[in-house]
Write a protein that binds this ligand. Structure first.
Ligand code: GRF
Length: 226
């Protein structure tokens, strides 16, 4: 099997990028072919350079042609802390091949302006007992594409936005690589799939583990045929 070539889009610290770099290892299933940043000072770029992955900094993230060129021939595009909107023409070009990680259980606590600390503040203000991480397909609307995989984490009574963010981030670092590997093993199907978590979806104690089951077609619930 030829490894799926992955482009990772970043804007910030790049801890999710690091989790991908660490998890994909020798790249037998998927390999990170390039890292594309919306800003030149993103710490994520340093992580990519250290790993020997080619980097590209966009001059105009709103320009679909530049983005498409930067992504090149990647079979999968992963938004990992990418804070710019992907232009609709680029979304259309990579239909069902662009995924994003969001630090809450979508469709709640998503949408325009819902990123970073604001997400966790909103979760705490709502009184919800659960938050989590979501990997979803990117379509024309912010945080509204079909959900690929989710993993819940408890919200504790004494949580602050920072403590909740840290707990969710730990799960993100497992869920995103697991989703990328599962999708790559399926050959990045041309229609949305749903990955379900094997066993309990609840974090027990301090142990965080993610084991994703075979994908099912998002619309029919039947097995994906790739
Ligand atoms: C993560 O919480 C991710 O869910 C969100 O932005 C944050 C990025 O963190 N989209 P990092 O740059 O991967 O450290």
């Amino acid at each position: 099997m030829t490894p799926v070539s992955v482009a990772v889009l970043v804007s910030g610290g790049g801890t999710n990028l690091q989790a991908l770099l660490d998890a994909l290892g020798g790249g037998a299933v998927a390999r990170i072919a390039r890292v594309v940043s919306s800003r030149g000072d993103a710490a994520a770029l340093e992580r990519a350079r250290r790993a020997g992955v080619p980097v590209e900094v966009l001059t105009d993230p709103a320009d679909p042609a530049e983005l498409v060129r930067a992504v090149g021939d990647a079979g999968l595009v992963v938004l990992a802390g990418y804070l710019k909107r992907v232009p609709p023409a680029a979304v259309a070009r990579f239909r069902w091949r662009v995924i994003n990680i969001h630090p809450a259980l979508l469709p709640a606590f998503g949408g325009d302006g819902m990123y970073g600390r604001r997400v966790h503040e909103a979760v705490l203000a709502s009184g919800a007992a659960l938050s989590g991480a979501t990997v979803h397909y990117v379509d024309q609307e912010y945080d509204r594409g079909p959900i690929l995989a989710q993993w819940p984490v408890p919200v504790r009574a004494d949580d602050t936005p920072d403590s909740l963010a840290a707990r969710v981030l730990e799960v993100e670092h497992r869920l995103l690589p697991a989703a990328v590997l599962a999708l790559a093993r399926l050959g990045v199907p041309e229609r949305p799939v749903r990955l379900s978590v094997r066993g309990s979806t609840f974090v027990t104690g301090e142990t965080v583990a993610v084991d994703l089951d075979a994908a099912a077609d998002w619309r029919t619930g039947g097995p994906a045929d790739g």
